[in-house]
Design a protein around this ligand. Structure first.
Ligand SMILES: Nc1ncnc2c1ncn2[C@@H]1O[C@H](COP(=O)(O)OP(=O)(O)OP(=O)(O)O)[C@@H](O)[C@H]1O
Ligand SMILES: [Mg+2]
Length: 351
C-alpha cells in the first residue's frame, strides 16, 4: 500500500504534543511533509529550542510512522523558531519580514482554573505597571469571555487605519485590545480552533502597538487553543499563574506550570488571589485557607509573587471600570498589586 502525504498527516494527528491532550498537527509545529516511495520526510518547528522535547517528539513521530503500513523509512528534521531580535537590532530579513510589533516584553496571565481572578490581576497589574512605566499595553486573549471592556469601563470601538491596521483604545495610560471592543455583549460567536488562532495572531500582529514595551495578556482559563496560539505567535518573556488558596484551585496550578514548562515559557511565578480578608478590627481572616499558593510555588520551584486579599473594593472596581489601584491606591489590595508590578517588572527586565 502506498503512503500519501495526507496519510502521513493523519498519522501525525495522533501524535500528542508532550504535556498536552492535543496533537502536533493542530499545534502547528508540522511544517512540511514529503513522501517519496515509502520514504517519509517530516520537518517540525518547535516554539523554542529544547533538546529534550526534540528527542521526545522525534521519537514519537518516528515510531508512529514506522508502524504505518507503506512506510519504509523516516527522515525527521526538527528546528526551532528563531528568537525575536530586540527591536532595532539585527538584520531585517527581506524574505521573511517579521510581522511582530516591537514589543519588548510579552507577559501572560494564566490560571488552570476559571474564576480565580486572572482578569482582575491582569488589569490591576497592568494599571500598576503603567503608573510606573511608559509603554504598557493590555490585551484580552479571552475571546470567549472578554473582561476588559467592563473592568476598564471602555465601550468604544477601535478604528482601523487605511492599511487595515487596528488602532488600540487607550485608558489609564495603557493601550488596550479586546474582542469585547469589536462584538456586542449579547453576540455569541462559536470559535473554532483556526479562528481562535487567527484572532490572537491579529491582536498581536495587526494592532498598532507602537511604543508598547510591556504587553500584559489576560488568558482564558486552562490550557487550550488560545494559550497555544499565543505561544506560537509571540515570544513570551514570562507567564504568571493566578490561583486561589482552595485545594480545588491548587490542583490546577500544576497544569499551568506544566503548560508553561512544556512551551518553554519562563514562569515569573504564582500569585495567590483571594488569600485572606482584612477584618475591620485589623485581624486577617483566612477564608479559603491562606498559604496554598506559596506551597505550590515551593513544590514546583517557581517564585511566589504575593498574596492579594479578598476586598469588596476589588470587585466593585472590576464592575465599575475603575480598578482598585486607581480608586483606592492606599488600600492593602492596591499595594499588593503595586508590589506585584514591581516584582514582574524586575523579573522581565532581568531576562
Ligand atoms: N481579590 C478579590 N477580592 C474580591 N473580589 C475579587 C477578587 N479577585 C477577583 N474578584 C472578583 O471575582 C470575580 C472573578 O474574577 P475574574 O473575572 O478576574 O476571574 P477570572 O479568573 O478572570 O475568570 P475567568 O476564568 O472567567 O476569566 C470578579 O467579579 C472579580 O471582581
Ligand atoms: Mg477572565
Amino acid at each position: 500500500m502506498e503512503i500519501t502525504q495526507e496519510g502521513v498527516r493523519s498519522v501525525l494527528k495522533k501524535v500528542r504534543y508532550p504535556g498536552f491532550t492535543r496533537d502536533i498537527v493542530s499545534f502547528g509545529i508540522v511544517k512540511d511533509v514529503k513522501v517519496e516511495g515509502g520514504r517519509v520526510s517530516v520537518s517540525l518547528v518547535l516554539p523554542k529550542p529544547d533538546h529534550k522535547l526534540e528527542t521526545e517528539i522525534g521519537e514519537s513521530v518516528r515510531s508512529a510512522l514506522l508502524e504505518t503500513p507503506g512506510v519504509s523509512g523516516v527522515d525527521i528534521q526538527i528546528g526551532a523558531r528563531e528568537p525575536k531580535s530586540a527591536p532595532g537590532h539585527g538584520p531585517a530579513k527581506a524574505e521573511t519580514p517579521s510581522k511582530l510589533p516591537a514589543i519588548k516584553h510579552y507577559i501572560a496571565v494564566a490560571s488552570g482554573k476559571g474564576g480565580v481572578g486572572k482578569s482582575t490581576v491582569a488589569v490591576n497589574l497592568a494599571v500598576a505597571m503603567a503608573m510606573k512605566r511608559k509603554g504598557v499595553g493590555l490585551m484580552d486573549a479571552d475571546i470567549w469571555g472578554p473582561s476588559l471592556p467592563i473592568m476598564l469601563g471602555v465601550k468604544d470601538r477601535p478604528h482601523a487605519t487605511e492599511q487595515n491596521r487596528i488602532i488600540p483604545l487607550e485608558k489609564y495610560g495603557m493601550k488596550l485590545m479586546s474582542i469585547g471592543f469589536l462584538i456586542s455583549e449579547d453576540e455569541t460567536v462559536i470559535w473554532r480552533g483556526p479562528m481562535v488562532h487567527g484572532a490572537i495572531k491579529q491582536f498581536i500582529e495587526d494592532v498598532e502597538w507602537t511604543d508598547t514595551d510591556y504587553l500584559v495578556i489576560d488568558l482564558p482559563p486552562g490550557t487550550g487553543d488560545a494559550q497555544l496560539s499565543l505561544v506560537q505567535t509571540a515570544p513570551l518573556s514570562g507567564g504568571l499563574i493566578v490561583t486561589t488558596p482552595q485545594d480545588v484551585a491548587l490542583i490546577d496550578v500544576r497544569r499551568g506550570v506544566q503548560m508553561f514548562r512544556k512551551l518553554n515559557v519562563p514562569i515569573i511565578g504564582i500569585v495567590e488571589n483571594m488569600s485572606y480578608l482584612e477584618a475591620p478590627g485589623g485581624e486577617n481572616i483566612d477564608i479559603f485557607g491562606r498559604g496554598g499558593g506559596r506551597r505550590m510555588a515551593e513544590k514546583f520551584e517557581v517564585p511566589f509573587l504575593g498574596e492579594i486579599p479578598i476586598d469588596p473594593e476589588i470587585r466593585k472596581g472590576g464592575d465599575s471600570g475603575v480598578p482598585v489601584v486607581i480608586s483606592k491606591p492606599e488600600s492593602t489590595a492596591a499595594r499588593a498589586f503595586t508590589e506585584l508590578a514591581d516584582i514582574v517588572l524586575r523579573s522581565v527586565e532581568n531576562t
